[in-house]
Design a protein around this ligand. Structure first.
Ligand code: G3P
Length: 218
């Protein structure tokens, strides 16, 4: 499964990219607002695109089709890694279809149902982003949606990649893999949690203690 980092924080992006652990980045307006201050978000987008070797989702903020198309084209022109992110609305689906026909890659976001995911695939989306955590937040079953979309896309041979989003903890990542999501976008804190295990720490401590008794160097 591809791992994307869900952040606009360049420090975190470089840390994960330098470790060779991520396949791309997803951003959204809220994540950019957290880090931008007075800076032009487009500058930040360019820096992010240069920092990773993979797709970087950059979201439009217009609500009507013509604004989405104009913004989408600008975002796509920032860098070859840019993927245009559009919301799953009627205008967003139309924008997806048009931008894909122009040769751009499109991530359709804010997906909360399998019928929405089906339409995004028909609109030629490169990625569909179902928001697992936000469904769990309202006592739904976020991972059930990933399962449904996987089945529908496989039944009809859609090439749209399932990008599990709104990931809150490592169990979400495990479940995304078990459900056959193509990609999972995760916050930096969750990425580093994935590497941790108390038995690793305990085992390492014991190995080093035993080695210390030898008084030797490698
Ligand atoms: O990037 C979209 C998505 O991952 C947002 O997650 O935690 O705000 O629901 P969250």
């Amino acid at each position: 499964m591809k791992i994307f980092l869900d952040t606009a924080d360049l420090g975190e992006i470089r840390r994960a990219a330098d470790a060779g652990l991520i396949d791309g980045i997803t951003t959204n307006p809220s994540l950019v607002a957290k880090v931008a201050g007075k800076r032009d978000p487009k500058e930040i987008y360019l820096e992010i695109c240069k920092a990773v070797n993979g797709p970087v989702s950059l979201e439009v903020v217009g609500l009507d089709l013509s604004t989405m198309l104009a913004e989408g084209r600008k975002l796509a022109a920032i860098h070859e890694n840019a993927v245009v992110k559009v919301p799953l609305t009627e205008a967003g689906l139309k924008a997806c279809k048009a931008l894909v026909s122009e040769g751009h890659r499109v991530n359709v976001t804010l997906c909360f149902s399998v019928t929405q995911a089906h339409l995004a695939a028909k609109a030629g989306a490169t990625y569909i982003s179902p928001f697992v955590g936000r469904i769990d937040d309202i006592a739904g079953e976020g991972m059930g949606l990933i399962h449904q979309i996987r089945q529908v896309y496989d039944n009809y041979g859609f090439a749209t990649e399932i990008l599990a989003a709104s990931i809150r903890h490592p169990v979400h990542v495990v479940e995304a893999m078990m459900m056959g999501a193509d990609c999972c976008t995760i916050p930096p804190s969750v990425l580093w949690q994935l590497s941790k295990h108390p038995l690793t720490d305990k085992g390492l401590e014991a190995f080093l203690k035993d080695w210390e008794g030898l008084g030797a160097k490698i």
